[in-house]
Design a binder for this molecule. Structure first.
Ligand code: ADP
Ligand code: MG
Length: 699
């Protein structure tokens, strides 16, 4: 479609320099092609005309035909509005405008027949319509016959320049008028035939100007399938290339480190799920191919232990290994647990973070280079170019969602032959999203918690139950338990949040004069943070008041109560993460969600889901349904083009699966995409890459 992509939207009739600038700013629409791919977000059926006598308050948008009997301005100041009486012979209804009064007044013609389009609402017991669309009937007769009307999203700024949905529709209409050619196909003919798809030219015209719902559905199907297919083809092709070009370090020795550790250092039996995922990884690492695996498992499912065992396999094969965590606190915790667990095996372990002192840093650097240092644990300080390994065989990345794709990629380059990569995440990812964001990774799932864990009990309290909460907290402390109290910390109102946090800290001190309270937040120096963490972890303090810095990984088994203040300000997966900080010991744990009374419907639902289930996957699915994948935590950095133009990862999972199947099928038959009929695929992939779509890949 090279032609369409080189035609500048500025020269389209009805656009011009000013509107072109707005289209570019607001929609990133620059070329004809961009506009064609700016799809309607829904359609309304305007073939049906309702009568005023049929109107009901709970109707969706409807269309009336009639004329305006009278028009007047009423009210003063903020209540000032334009009110019209509209009649169609079956009754009358009030139309109301609060904005653009002058414009409405100036444009309404007496005695003309109008089409009114809007949603009925109720005011003072009577039905009215607020801010309806008005069109002259005579000018729009032909459109009524076509029925389905596209609706385009537009911004406030666009509307103020009269670029509303209808105007966009008009521009697209002009575009197809001035571009009479056939839009070139972007899928191979054999795929079109095999799956009986609408050809691109027809699909694009139909998506903007549907003749009926059936054709529209076929067009939408084709465009969705194409979008998801190319994402899958791209991911799977890169994965293929990796398999072709990269030789994996072969770990075929089962040596003494793993055996000793397994036999003598684990006080419990591994769960079946842990055994299974370790087996999956051993297979990868013994195969001669490079492992790229995502390990998913809910908080507390024992991923860290699995990672350590896999790391020991690397050591048994004389390779070095490193583990990267998203925060210093976490890296420090991993270091402590792991160093303690492997101490008696005589393994060299070091911790490297941004605050490692220069002398220590140099010592570590040297020991890594000469190969003495076997396990390195740290933050993104590990990625720096000054960190050079003698022979790095395995990289483990914990809590993956905090790391950008680029950071992952840099770890690859730490050895001439890229190391095996194990990515661990405690944020369960819905299947469709995983297939898309991590489509290049193999996936292992730990779907079983160690035995004996009691499910966390979650309660939702409004603020008026604070006394009751305090009594409960006192009881738990009397039993010897520890408590987290978490406050939100969001950049926009950092000052206010900080005030809430310190007030919360003082409040807890005052309410529990016999308890020791510590505070941890992101503004503290890391030494201070660590000191406070230590006081809490050692059991000296009973209460920790903190921001979400404790969200991931922190492990204090005796802490069995998590209070989340202003819980309405957290997303579902974040709430789940926070809750995962408790329930790590043998005691019954509790999570209390504190909110104000006034909750939006969606927030109420979030609280309801949290109190109902502990299942991370169910929560992740619900989160994606409620917010859409673009807002899911961690996906921002994943680099996936979440501005999917038409497909929806929640609703279109079957189409996604089909797209993936087709892509696999293509690559099985033509792994390097060399065959003539597939050249269109190569061109299209290149074009998508040029469009600077970052596909969420290590490449
Ligand atoms: P995750 O990293 O998945 O959140 P961890 O590896 O930190 O979980 O494990 C949580 C706790 O459970 C740790 O204290 C760990 O020692 C313990 N644990 C891990 N696997 C088992 C098991 N199979 N049986 C009993 N306890 C286990
Ligand atoms: Mg963990």
């Amino acid at each position: 479609m090279s032609e369409l992509s080189t035609l500048n939207i500025m020269y389209l009739p009805g656009v011009g320099p000013k509107r072109a600038e707005i289209l570019k700013q607001e929609l990133r629409v620059v070329s004809y092609e961009d506009l064609i791919y700016y799809f309607p977000y829904r359609y309304v059926d305007r073939s049906r005309i309702y009568t005023i006598s049929e109107m009901q308050p709970d109707m969706q948008h409807i269309q009336l035909k009639g004329h305006i009997a009278s028009l007047r301005t009423v009210g003063e100041g903020r209540g000032k509005r334009m009110s019209a009486v509209f009649t169609d012979g079956t009754g009358q209804v009030e139309l109301v405008w609060f904005k653009g009064l002058k414009f409405v007044k100036g444009s309404i013609q007496a005695n003309a027949t109008y089409l009114v389009f809007g949603k009925p609402s109720v005011f003072n017991g009577a039905i009215n319509m607020v801010h309806p669309e008005l069109e002259l009937y005579d000018e729009n007769k032909s459109r009524i016959q076509s029925g389905l009307q596209p609706q385009y999203n537009t911004s406030e700024k666009m509307k103020s320049h009269f670029l509303n949905s209808k105007a966009i529709q008009k521009l697209v209409f002009n575009l197809f008028q001035s571009y009479q050619g056939k839009i070139p196909e972007s899928l191979p003919a054999w795929i079109i035939e095999k799956y009986r798809l609408t050809i691109l030219n027809d699909a694009l015209r139909t998506i903007h100007f549907p003749k009926d719902t059936q054709l529209l559905e076929k067009a939408r199907f084709r465009l969705k399938l194409e979008e998801l297919f190319y994402i899958q083809l791209n991911i799977l092709r890169l994965k293929n290339q990796r398999t072709f070009h990269i030789k994996g370090h072969i770990f075929n020795t089962v040596g003494s480190y793993l055996n000793l550790f397994y036999k003598e250092h684990i006080p419990f039996e591994l769960t079946n799920a842990q055994k299974r995922v370790i087996r999956e990884m051993r297979q990868d690492m013994g195969s001669g191919r490079q492992m790229n695996r995502l390990l998913q498992g809910d908080v507390g499912s024992g991923k860290t232990l699995v990672a350590l065992m896999v790391m020991l396999i690397a050591l048994d094969n004389s390779y070095q290994t490193c583990l990267m965590a998203p925060t210093e606190i976490l890296a420090g915790q991993h270091f402590e647990t792991i160093a303690e667990q492997v101490a008696s095996l005589g393994i060299q372990v070091a911790l490297l973070t941004g605050s490692t002192k220069k002398a220590e840093r140099e010592r570590i650097h040297a020991a890594l280079r000469n190969g003495e240092m076997q396990i390195l644990i740290g933050t993104h300080a590990l990625i720096e170019d000054t960190v050079v390994f003698k022979n790095l065989g395995l990289v483990v990345i914990d809590e993956q969602h905090r790391f950008g794709v680029q950071q992952r990629a840099r770890l690859w380059k730490k050895n001439l032959n890229p190391p095996h990569v194990l990515v661990m995440t405690a944020t369960p990812i819905p299947r469709t999203l995983a297939m898309t964001v991590y489509g290049d990774l193999e996936v292992s799932v730990i779907d079983e918690l160690p035995p004996g864990r009691k499910p966390i009990q979650t309660m939702h309290y409004f603020h008026n139950r604070r006394n009751q909460l305090n009594r409960f907290l006192q009881e738990e402390m009397d039993k010897g338990r520890q408590i987290y109290v978490v406050y939100p910390l969001i950049d926009e109102s950092e000052k206010l949040d900080f005030k809430n946090l310190t007030e919360g800290y003082e409040y807890m001190q005052k309410s529990f004069p016999h308890a020791q309270v510590v505070m941890v937040h992101g503004r503290m120096k890391s030494a201070e943070k660590e000191a406070a963490m230590h006081i809490f972890a050692s059991g000296q303090a009973q209460i920790m008041v903190a921001t979400t810095v404790i969200e991931v990984g922190v492990n204090v088994p005796n802490a069995s109560v998590m209070v989340i203040e202003s819980a309405e300000r957290f997303g579902l997966s974040q709430l789940h993460q926070l809750r995962g900080r408790v329930g790590r010991g043998a005691e019954q744990s509790h999570c209390v969600l504190m909110t104000s009374f006034k909750l939006a419907e969606e927030t109420r639902k979030r609280m309801e889901i949290m109190t109902r289930t502990n299942d991370g996957f169910e929560i992740a699915e619900a989160d994606m349904k409620m917010r859409g994948p673009g807002d899911l935590e961690g996906t921002q950095q994943s680099g996936l083009p979440f501005d999917l133009k038409i497909a929806n990862l929640t609703r279109d999972s079957q189409i996604l699966q089909l797209g993936r199947d087709i892509a696999m099928n293509v690559l099985e038959q033509d792994p390097l995409l060399e065959q003539a009929p597939n050249q269109i695929l190569v061109r299209q992939l290149r074009k998508l890459a040029r469009a600077k779509i970052n596909w969420g890949m290590i490449s």
